[in-house]
Design a protein around this ligand. Structure first.
Ligand code: BT5
Length: 331
């Protein structure tokens, strides 16, 4: 933790409203001048800090920043978010998480960024990541599961995002196989899970999560070829990014523990309850190949079960699913 984060931590955890410069200097083992300098830095980044002659400093207001110290403090999770690395600006949180994993970072490490200059989607696509409005984060996991079960973790993160959007933003959410979260038919969140493994052993998995929270209409480039939206555009109300992220991390932590204990079934059932494509006629585009059929659900490994027009059931492992009819009633 930097001195700046440590001072912020003291402001947030100290039971007294004011904390003197002398006490901060003593607790952090830094000079009074260094305390004053860090308070100045905090003020310059938008924190409102009152200074009273005989009492000391008091934090009055904090800006909408995602700081490691604020994310970690009192999160009370079992595993996820014990260590947080926060960037103001980075290429991609997935790239940073991979580097940290390769350097030995612990399971549950979370990487967040205020902005990504090279936010990534699947198949080399771009993820629009403007500054200060959304959530861009990556979570490092070391699951002791067979390699072929790793795709199940995408559904775990989808369910945690969907539930957080419902709980915090009161939105009605839909999931779209394999990695999209939609509101009113428009994409509000995308997931990019990446794995480092050998044939029979997973070294690590990175869950990459992008959620459009306070993004404005003009921040979506025209090049996005699929309807997209944000919480602000849907509800008219801005979301507190820190609160959203902390709720999401706690939710993910719970589901991951459940997944390790009970397996994929509870997650699969929750995901299917959010999926509006079941019993719908769809087209699946897989690069040069395109298939038509009715979505039946997920198989135990997370592949999409598609009943083709000739009755045969196909397991779909990758592709883009495009609905072609309204939902059919279950027979
Ligand atoms: C995804 O890919 O949906 C995965 C997105 C994952 C983003 C997170 S952010 C944190 C972490 N770090 C990263 O670098 N990535 C992850 P895909 O299904 O391929 O969708 C990409 C397509 O979505 C693009 O081609 C656009 O059409 C559209 N798109 C791009 N940015 C968007 C946005 N902000 N909101 C909605 N749609 C977007």
């Amino acid at each position: 933790m930097t001195s700046r984060d440590e001072i912020l931590n003291l402001f947030r955890t100290c039971p007294d409203p004011y904390i003197s410069g002398q006490k901060i200097s003593h607790l952090l083992n830094i000079s009074r001048a260094a305390v004053w300098k860090q308070v100045k830095v905090l003020r310059e980044s938008g924190f409102e800090i009152e200074a009273k002659h005989s009492l000391g400093y008091r934090l009055l207001a904090a800006p909408d920043l995602l700081l490691a110290v604020d994310i970690e403090n009192g999160l009370n999770s079992r595993l996820i978010g014990q260590t947080v690395v926060a960037f103001t600006d980075t290429d991609s949180t997935n790239v940073q998480a991979r580097q940290l994993a390769e350097a030995g970072a612990i399971e549950g490490t979370v990487v967040v960024a205020d902005r990504q200059s090279a936010g990534r989607g699947r198949l080399g696509r771009r993820w629009e990541s403007p500054s200060g409005v959304n959530l861009y984060c990556s979570i490092l996991l070391h699951p002791q599961i067979p390699v072929q079960q790793a795709p199940q973790l995408t559904f775990l993160s989808a369910v945690a995002v969907a539930e957080t959007l419902e709980k915090v933003c009161h939105l009605s959410v839909e999931v779209k196989w394999p990695n999209d979260i939609l509101v009113n038919g428009a994409k509000i969140s995308g997931l990019l899970n990446e794995m480092n493994a050998e044939t029979d052993q997973i070294h690590f998995v990175i869950l990459g999560v992008g959620v459009n929270l306070n993004m404005l209409e003009e921040q979506f480039p025209e090049a996005i070829n699929y309807p997209a939206t944000s919480v602000l555009l849907e509800t008219g109300k801005p979301v507190d990014r820190l609160m959203f992220l902390r709720t999401f991390l706690r939710c993910l932590d719970q589901y991951y523990a459940e997944f390790l204990q009970e397996g994929f079934t509870p997650i699969r059932q929750r995901w299917e309850s959010y999926c509006d494509m079941i019993n719908r006629q769809v087209r699946v585009d897989q690069g040069s190949r395109s298939l038509s059929g009715t979505v039946i659900g997920l198989d135990p490994e997370g592949a999409l079960r598609l009943q083709l027009d000739n009755g045969k059931v196909e397991r779909i492992l990758a592709g883009d699913v495009i609905p072609v009819t309204e939902k059919k009633d279950q027979e």
